[in-house]
Ligand binder design. Structure first.
Ligand SMILES: CC(C)(COP(=O)(O)OP(=O)(O)OC[C@H]1O[C@@H](n2cnc3c(N)ncnc32)[C@H](O)[C@@H]1OP(=O)(O)O)[C@@H](O)C(=O)NCCC(=O)NCCS
Length: 188
């Protein structure tokens, strides 16, 4: 029991721990709802908790957020079912970007250089995803990475380094295999 509380407070202050508790409880209440009711409910509840929410996003059922106050979403962002978004190091997603189902976007690592993993300090590293990107199903994006505007990431890729704007990238680690044309920057 003591080690449980030691781990909880190793990487967070009391106020952070309480905030995480609130986010978890609120998330549990709003995550499962389907359809327009779900989109609307999640928008209304998350709006005051996110760092920035530019417009009403399409957040599908089952998307799990941690550290909501470090997340900035542009207009018209879509995050599909069961994606896991850990934003302790900061996360920004640009306008009209689409995150497919089951992605893991994790803006934080454990410092594994010494000691036990469970007691290791967290290394928080920001993730920036540009506008008009498409992140395929089951993609993992690790901390400290910048994905340029318009980039495409194929299903199952692991993004460990920056991706060029309007590039198409696949694999583990994600590598550029092509380019897509630069289109309009707003929806018609
Ligand atoms: C990447 C993707 C968009 C195709 O892009 P594309 O520019 O048309 O790429 P191509 O099909 O020409 O493939 C280029 C190369 O990458 C490989 N490739 C394509 N997708 C890949 C993937 N997801 N993982 C690994 N390799 C992949 C192809 O086999 C090909 O390799 P080769 O040159 O050795 O033959 C598509 O394969 C993909 O992954 N889509 C995501 C689907 C998805 O997640 N949908 C969710 C909807 S919300």
């Amino acid at each position: 029991m003591a080690s449980f509380w030691k781990i909880i407070f190793k990487n967070s202050s009391v106020s952070q721990a309480l905030r995480s508790e609130l986010e978890d409880d609120v998330g549990f209440l709003v995550r499962p709802w389907p359809g327009l009711l779900g989109f609307t409910l999640r928008y209304l509840v998350y709006k005051p908790l996110f760092h920035r929410l530019a417009g009403m996003p399409f957040i599908y059922p089952g998307v799990y957020f941690l550290h909501l106050n470090h997340i900035s979403l542009g207009q018209g962002v879509l995050i599909n079912s069961n994606s896991y978004i850990y934003a302790k190091g900061g996360l920004s997603i640009g306008d009209n970007t689409l995150i497919s189902p089951n992605c893991a976007i994790v803006a934080g690592d454990h410092d594994f250089s010494h000691g036990l993993i469970m007691e290791s300090p967290c290394l928080n590293q920001e993730i920036i995803i540009g506008r008009d990107c498409w992140i395929g199903a089951n993609v993992v994006v690790v901390g400290g990475v910048k994905i340029g505007d318009g980039a495409v990431v194929g299903a199952g890729a692991v993004v460990t380094s920056d991706l060029e704007p309007y590039s198409v990238n696949v694999g583990v680690p994600a590598r550029k295999v092509g380019e897509r044309p630069r289109g309009p920057v707003t929806l018609s």
